[in-house]
Write a protein that binds this ligand. Structure first.
Ligand code: FMN
Length: 206
């Protein structure tokens, strides 16, 4: 089993990475493999709503990060998305990536457990956390929780390491994710996933 961890910060090894590492260490302790995916510092365009991905399952735009992430998520058994807080929301570059990873392509991700985490200097973690959870609940991904809203405080890795409460939240999240993955894996023959219904689209024009 393998969990994909998306580091949605331009800092490869900053506060967000510190929180994600606490989760991945716990997952590894529980015998679950992990893959860290860094969104990097190059621009990632927003979705251009061309709808071409409905036919191909991939994005037509020519920046390799999005399609690489789609393939990694298809292969993964679980997902953790981490973001720094920018103006009380997730990093816009991360949202650009996730919009394109999820839009019209969510079916293959259904039933994979997922969780979001946010890191900030002082405020906005809760709003960023709420926004990121929208991707999972759109995609029929069971949301894994910890014992608080998944957040860590610090302006950089060193400060985040001092937030012992934040680190504990991450460790518990890792444990809970490992537990759920094992439950799903052990019961998949007895309880196969529900069938995915085609989406009924009702545009509110009436
Ligand atoms: C554009 C920008 C906006 C930010 N907005 C907030 C904010 O609203 N609240 C906050 O507490 N920190 C804010 N910060 C600080 C980052 O959230 C904080 O440094 C974060 O933990 C860095 O994580 P990283 O090391 O993984 O990049 C902002 C930083 C930047 C660059």
């Amino acid at each position: 089993m393998n969990v994909l961890l998306i580091n949605g910060s331009p800092h490869k090894e900053g506060a967000t990475y510190t929180a994600l590492t606490e989760i991945s260490s716990q997952l590894e302790k529980e015998g679950i493999g992990t893959t860290m995916f860094h969104i990097g510092t190059k621009p990632i365009s927003g979705c251009i709503a061309c709808m071409k991905c409905a036919d191909t399952g991939y994005c037509v735009l020519n920046d390799e990060k999005v399609n690489e992430c789609i393939d990694l998520l298809k292969q993964a058994d679980g997902l953790i998305v981490g973001s720094p807080v920018y103006f009380a929301g997730p990093n816009a570059t991360l949202c650009a990536l996730l919009d394109r990873v999820f839009y019209l392509k969510a079916n293959p991700y259904a039933f994979k457990p997922a969780a979001a985490i946010a890191s900030c200097r002082r405020g906005g973690n809760s709003a960023a956390f709420d926004r990121l959870n929208k991707y999972f609940t759109f995609a029929q991904m069971p949301v894994v929780s910890s014992h608080y809203w998944n957040s860590i405080h610090g302006n950089n890795a060193e400060e985040a390491k001092q937030d012992t409460e934040g680190l504990q939240i991450m460790r518990i999240l890792g444990k809970n994710m490992a537990w759920l993955l094992k439950c799903i894996d052990n019961s998949k023959e007895k309880f196969p996933h529900p069938e995915i219904e085609p989406r009924t689209k009702m545009n509110y024009i009436r």
